[in-house]
Design a protein around this ligand. Structure first.
Ligand SMILES: [Fe+2]
Ligand SMILES: [Fe+2]
Length: 375
């Protein structure tokens, strides 16, 4: 084993590991390796960094680049063979876990009119954000939801679900967002195909949104919802946008996010699911936010408008239906590129995990008037 390069992450700082390699120590490390053990001081500074070091790179996935390739998958594979026709977002720093950012998976799925995916359930939780097409629907535990552009639908962990497009519809493309990498990291992922490959619709269409999606109101009878996820399986774009407009008329907004609202579980006011949270923010015409950073990864979908974000000192331009990511603890600020129109960003994040586990931390960029100098 002579000459073998060993990890040793020394730091010349009081309180941090700083042990010089010697022939005797190197022999000792080899001995330990034989017993499937190691000396912590050789790796302590690596596994306990001073602050989070995300493996994820900031990336913009441009819809104009991806759309044609998503549609091409329709010609290349059948839904029966592929299971789902999805082009997934492969962050160069997270290819080992197929994540778009952090522990969040993202993909673009296409389905033709008349197609239905087989019903299944899994431990991972999912959202689906509709990008284009007519006639898309999702069934969750017997509740059928019709879906239009910029609507998003939940398929929480353990729920039977299937997606389809009505025969009278048009090809539909949507963004999938799941916590697959997280659930795999927890080594807790189960997957089951429905014994009948499809499930019966047992309720009025859109009943959960009609029941739970009313402003400031919830049912007084039959209000026994106690699951860990929202009973409102579908959040529609039109009331969301109206809410942002109303709120924008009476708030200065957040210096870091403009007019930002979180989608909530109406039974608890908590996040929509236990592991994934979602928000929509409006950047008013000409608005440029200040920079901040926080723990938690964000996968942004441009629901409306165009502009750019500066992430760790680099500019990333975006337009409608582009998707970009902000890694955990990365500095970020957003700029609406238009002086006339607002821009809206949908964000899927793991903030519920950060908050529930006491790991959330946030910091404002103090220097340079609160904005990052461009690198
Ligand atoms: Fe699924
Ligand atoms: Fe942020």
């Amino acid at each position: 084993m002579a000459g073998k390069q060993r990890e040793n992450h020394r730091e010349d700082v009081a309180g941090r590991a700083n042990v010089e390699d010697t022939p005797e120590l190197l022999a000792y490390y080899e001995d330990l390796e034989r017993y499937k053990a190691g000396a912590l001081w050789t790796v302590a500074n690596k596994i306990e960094p001073w602050e989070p070091k995300s493996q994820s790179e900031p990336v913009v996935w441009r819809y104009k680049d991806l759309r044609q390739n998503v549609l091409r998958s329709v010609e290349l594979v059948t839904p029966e063979k592929a299971g789902r026709r999805v082009i997934y977002l492969n962050n160069p720093g997270r290819t080992d876990v197929a994540a778009a950012v952090g522990w969040i998976y993202g993909g673009l799925q296409v389905m033709n009119p008349g197609e239905v995916a087989s019903a299944h359930r899994h431990s991972a939780s999912a959202i689906r954000f509709i990008m284009e097409g007519a006639g898309a629907y999702t069934v969750v535990d017997g509740h059928k939801m019709t879906l239009g552009a910029n609507d998003f639908v939940l398929t929480p962990n353990g729920t039977w679900h299937e997606h389809g497009v009505e025969a009278s519809g048009s090809p539909c493309i949507w963004q999938d967002g799941l916590d697959i990498p997280f659930v795999n990291a927890m080594e807790a992922n189960f997957y089951e195909v429905h014994p009948d490959l499809s499930q019966a619709v047992g309720y009025e269409v859109d009943d959960m949104t009609r029941t739970w999606g009313n402003p400031g109101l919830k049912p007084m009878v039959g209000d026994g919802w106690n699951k860990g996820y929202s009973p409102m399986f579908k959040y529609e774009w039109v009331p969301t946008y109206e809410s942002l407009q109303k709120y924008a008329g009476c708030t200065d907004g957040s210096p870091f996010d403009g007019v930002l609202m979180e989608y909530v579980n109406p039974a608890t006011n908590g996040p929509v699911m236990q592991t994934l949270g979602a928000s929509m923010q409006m950047l008013r015409p000409g608005e440029a936010t200040k920079a901040h950073r926080h723990t938690g990864s964000g996968l942004y979908h441009v629901a409306k408008g165009s502009g750019h974000s500066i992430i760790n000192g680099k500019r990333y331009d975006w337009a409608e239906h582009d998707i970009f990511c902000v890694p955990s603890w990365a500095w970020h600020e957003h700029v609406n590129g238009s002086d006339r129109d607002d821009a809206c960003l949908f964000c899927l994040s793991d903030l519920p995990v950060m908050r529930a586990l006491g790991l959330y931390r946030e910091q404002a960029f103090g220097d340079n008037g609160g904005n990052q100098p461009l690198l």
